[in-house]
Write a protein that binds this ligand. Sequence first.
Ligand code: NAD
Length: 283
Amino acid sequence: MYRLIDGKEVSNYIKGKVRDEIISLGEKGIKATLAVIIVGNDPASRVYVNNKKRACEATGIVSREYALPEETAEAELLSLIAELNNDKEVNGILCQLPLPSHIDEKKVIDAICPEKDVDVFSEVNVGKMWVGDYDVASCTPKGVIELLEYYDIPLEGKNCVIIGRSNIVGKPMASLLLEKNATVTVCHSRTTDLSFFTRNADIIVAAVGRKRFVTADMVKEGAVVVDVGINRDENGKLCGDVDFENVKEKCSYITPVPGGCGPMTIAVLMKNTLAVTKKQNNV
Ligand code: NAD
């Protein structure tokens, strides 16, 4: 019998703790402010930005939105970031990705000063994560760790297989699982015989971006399956990378989509905004 991992419950728990700390910072006259930049009219980005705004409201973090038109020049965006870097009222900055194709994402990410980089995408903060000396960790992977820990799922010595090696999910996921003393294998599009790895996994983290990619025959009896993917099925319904209906019966724990990793990413973003605010105020 599998147990469903409830990302909504865990994210509410984390946001509640963030809110408590934001209130006590407020009593010291300190407020936390997150600047969110969105360029263009990508509907998915709009949804994400609105969700982040709502989470700020729920936690007491002040959110400032900078909505720029699609045709915004790269230089203009970089100058806004420079301004926000120097704005003492702004504690955290994030620029919603993807950006229009005429803007160099890497340049933009690295323009955000590491002290305010709450998405943890900058080279400096990614490096800090890998050496285990960090205040903020990548939101989605850290959200996965928080989920596993909330359910007391042991990580030490476990065979963890990550499917996907992106800079925002797969790679930082490997770093955080290694830190927890798991044995980590990162699989990707050039992996030969993916099932060989997944069938030996105690924990699978799927971050591919393809619906029903992880099938029941790829999963060992009793495995923990974490589905990071966000896809649409034939009916336009939100779904993950895992063939949930068939895989769940083999699992000890499994995350649903929606309601699994998605809410966790935003909860960790709130946690990161709190962490940078405390650091900037020497709290
Ligand atoms: P990406 O496209 O950058 O990376 C996908 C990865 O999948 C690549 O590393 C690639 O090597 C791997 N891959 C592709 N085909 C494969 C195959 N046949 N076998 C094995 N590996 C294969 O995507 P991403 O940004 O890492 O996102 C992955 C998924 O997670 C997407 O669905 C995305 O929407 C979702 N996502 C969710 C959250 C969240 O908050 N829940 C956050 C970020 C991303």
